[in-house]
Design a protein around this ligand. Sequence first.
Ligand SMILES: [Zn+2]
Length: 377
Amino acid sequence: MFSDADMEARRWLRDMMGEAGLNATIDGVGNVFGASPNPGPALLIGSHSDTQPRGGWLDGALGVIYGLEVARSLGENQATSHLAIDAVAWADEEGSYLSCLGSQSFCGVLSPEEEISAANHAGETAEQAIARVGLTDVERVRLDTTRHVGYLEAHIEQGPKLEESGDVIGVVTSIVGIRTLHITFSGQQNHAGTTPMDRRSDAAVALFGYAVTLGEQLSELAGPTTVWTFGNARLDPGTESIIAGRADLVLQFRDPTDDVLDRFEQAAFAHAEQAAGSGPVDVSVKRARGPIPPTKMDDHLQAHIARAAEGRIPGRWVHMPSAAGHDPMILSDHIPCAMVFIPSIDGISHDFAENTSDEDIVMGCRVLADAAATIMS
Ligand SMILES: [Zn+2]
C-alpha cells in the first residue's frame, strides 16, 4: 500500500474508470472512486486493490475489476444505462497501515489519531504515507446516505468449500466474528535434574494438558463452520534443562454467531479455573483487545444475488459465511451490504498460487451484474 507500484495501479484504475464514463478520483486516503454521472440512488460496488506480501492476483483486485465492469456494462446496455453504479477500490484493506483504512475513512469512523498512530512495518505512519504520495490536501470521498443505497463486493472464497461442493457462487450470509484469548500458566521455574517429579510446578505440562482437553471440549461446542487455532505457545525460559516457570498460549476462534463465540469463551475461562483449582500451576485467561463481532449481510441484497445465481447456474450456488474479514465489516454499520464468493482453486489464497478458473471468474461477474441490475430496477 502506497508504494510506487501501488500508486501507479491506482492511477491506472482511475483512468479505466474514467474511460468507462465514471467521474473518477483517487481520494485523500488512496481510495479510487468512480462515481456514475447518473443521479442517485446509486449502488456501490467494489473491493480492495491492496494485497498481502507475496499475495495472489485475485484477492481484492477481482472485486475491484468486477465493480468497474458492472458499471461499464450496465452503462452500455440501453435497458440499464440509467442506473447509477459507483465503483470503488478501497485503500489498505489488508492493513499495511490500518486494516480497512479506506472504508473507515469513507464511513467517517477514522480519527486523525488513528492515522498518526497506525504504522507499517518500516515505522511509517498512515499520515506520513499519505503525505509522501501527495494526497494530504486531497478531498476524501464520504458515504452519502442520500445517494448510496447499498454496497456489493465480490471476492474469491479463499477456502475450499465451493470447489468441494461443486458450486460456482457463494452468497455470503455473514462475516465471521473473531475473538482471541491469551492464557498464562504460572508455575515454578526449577532445575530439570534435581527436582523430583512430585515436587514440580511445571507450566509447560499445564499448558499442554489445557490445550488438549480444551481442544476436545471445543469440538463439542463448535457450530458447523467454527474454526479455532492455538496460534502460539511459548515456554519460559524454554530450554531443555529448566522446568518452565511460565507458559503462554494464544487461542483464536471464529464463528458467524455470537452464541458460539460466547460458548467458546466461557469454556476457555471455566477450564482455566478448573485447571488452576486442581493445581499445581496457576492458570489465567485474558481477552485480547479488539474482538471482531460477526457481521450479518443484508437479507434483501442476498435474495437478489441468490436469484441472479439461480438464473445463471440453477442449483449450483450456496449460502455460506465468510471466514475471512472484508470491508463490509466496516460498511455494513452504515449501509446494507452483501458479498458474492467465487471458488478458489485448491482453496489457496494469500499466495502467488491463488487462482480461479476463467469460467468461474466470468460467471461471478455475470451474477453480480444481474443482481446489481435487479437491485436498482
Ligand atoms: Zn481480500
